[in-house]
Design a protein around this ligand. Sequence first.
Ligand code: URA
Length: 240
Amino acid sequence: MAQERIDKVLSNMGFGSRKEIKEKIKKKVVTVKGEVVTDPGMKVDPESDEIVIEGEEVIYRKFIYLMMNKPQGVVSATFDNHDQTVIDLLPFDYKAFDPAPVGRLDKDTVGLLLITNDGELNHKLLSPKNHVDKIYYAYLKEDAKDEDIRAFEKGIVLGDGYKCMPAGLTISEEDRKEVHVTLREGKFHQVKRMFHARNNEVTYLQRISFGPLRLDENLEEGDFRELTEEELLALTNEKN
Ligand code: URA
């Protein structure tokens, strides 16, 4: 791995701002391969050099992979002038990795959002040729009809003329306003526009799965956790 400045490495790993790291270096509490660091610009290889800060060994990792249960009212972006973003909900230690959401959920949509700084995986999961299945739970204004199931299977034509790929629709037997939709693509406002094209409206939308990932029921809205090794493996196997 390329050599990087020690202050940058430690800051990116969440040990403090560049200024705070410089202070710690002044206090002689940072060592590299057993030697006290005196120069914040010292070049290190974070993957192979043993780095210790305040007695704690730095376990270097390049990428983070988080599952968030996105709440309503925040936008799926890294920065926004008006609204809070999903990245704003993360503590500094994670923000330091510069992560980004994989795709978007609308501001009022809740549920599973993957967040990572692994740009290559992000790109591949979103690539149209990968067709990662996403499952949504939706609550509708009107009862869903059996004809809707067939229309979804055939491919809904949206208001702008775009013909969607075949999608799955299941309707709850207890309440026909409760449905699950499986999409293999991710156009802007797609679920809402598909029901709009069927003269119905979505009043609540939650994503419950993304490829092999299922929304963790223990995550409250606004909470997140790191993916487990099994989840990450399943996700990386998903891409071509
Ligand atoms: N479809 C929508 O309409 N909105 C979302 O947030 C996701 C899928």
